[in-house]
Design a binder for this molecule. Structure first.
Ligand code: SAH
Ligand code: MG
Length: 205
C-alpha cells in the first residue's frame, strides 16, 4: 500500500517535470506538511491546484484533513481529478474548476495556501481573508520566484519577467506593512511566507 502511494506520487512528480508544471519543491512541501501537522490544521483552501500534487501531499498528512482547491486550467484540473481519484482522496479534496478571481466561498478554513498567478497574490490575499478562521494562517509560495526577486532589476532581461518580479516585491511589501496580519518569511523552497492575524488587530486598524 505504502509502495503504491509513493509510486503514484513519483509519477505525478515526473509528469509535472515532463510538462513543466511548477509544483512545489521538495523542501517547500516538507515545510508545508510539517506546518499542517504541527498546527493541527483541519481545513485548507488552496488557490492553484495544478495537477493536485500539493493538495495530495497535504491530504496525506492526516485522514481528518479536508481541502478545497481551485484551478483555472482545464487540462491541469482534469489531471488533478485523475490523480486524486487514483489515491482515493476524492472525499477529502474538493476541486473547483474556475478562475479563483471569480470564486466566492462562504466556508472558513484553518489554512489558505496561495500558489497561483504570482502577479495576483495581493488580490487573492484580500479576496479570501474573509474565509480564514480566527487564528488561521495564509501561506504563500514562490516569493523568491526562482531567485529573481533577489536580483537587481537591470539584471533581468525580459520585460514581462521584470513586471512580474516587481509584483512579487510589491506583495512582500504589502505583507510587511499589513496592519491586520503579521508575516514571517522563509527562505525555503522558492520562498514561502506565513501570515497570521495580529493579536488585537481590530484595535490597531
Ligand atoms: N500548488 C500546486 C502548483 C500550482 S502551479 C502544487 O504545488 O502542486 C500554479 C497554478 O495556478 C497553475 O496550474 C495555474 O493554472 C493556476 N492559476 C493561476 N492563476 C489562477 C487563477 N486566477 N485561478 C485559478 N488558478 C490559477
Ligand atoms: Mg508554487
Amino acid at each position: 500500500m505504502v509502495d503504491t502511494i509513493l509510486d503514484e506520487i513519483k509519477q505525478i512528480k515526473k509528469y509535472a517535470n515532463d510538462e513543466n508544471i511548477p509544483i512545489m519543491q521538495d523542501d517547500g512541501i516538507s515545510f508545508l506538511t510539517t506546518f499542517i501537522i504541527k498546527n493541527q490544521i483541519k481545513t485548507v483552501l488552496e488557490i492553484g491546484t495544478a495537477i493536485g500534487y500539493s493538495a495530495i501531499e497535504m491530504a496525506l498528512t492526516s485522514p481528518n484533513l479536508k481541502i478545497v482547491s481551485i484551478e483555472r486550467d482545464e487540462k491541469r484540473y482534469l489531471e488533478a481529478v485523475k490523480n486524486i481519484k487514483k489515491l482515493h482522496l476524492e472525499d477529502r479534496i474538493t476541486l473547483i474548476f474556475k478562475d479563483a478571481l471569480d470564486v466566492s466561498l462562504e466556508d472558513k478554513f484553518d489554512l489558505i495556501f496561495i500558489d497561483a498567478a504570482k502577479s495576483q497574490s495581493i488580490h487573492f490575499f484580500e479576496q479570501f481573508q474573509k474565509n480564514l478562521n480566527e487564528n488561521g494562517y495564509i501561506i504563500t509560495d514562490n516569493l523568491n520566484f526562482h531567485g529573481y526577486t533577489l536580483k537587481k532589476e537591470e539584471e533581468i532581461k525580459s520585460k514581462n519577467l521584470r513586471a512580474l518580479v516587481r509584483k512579487i516585491k510589491e506583495y512582500k511589501i504589502y505583507l510587511e506593512e499589513n496592519k491586520v496580519f503579521e508575516t514571517k518569511f522563509y527562505d525555503i523552497g522558492d520562498g514561502i511566507s506565513v501570515s497570521t492575524k495580529k493579536i488585537n488587530s481590530e484595535e490597531k486598524l
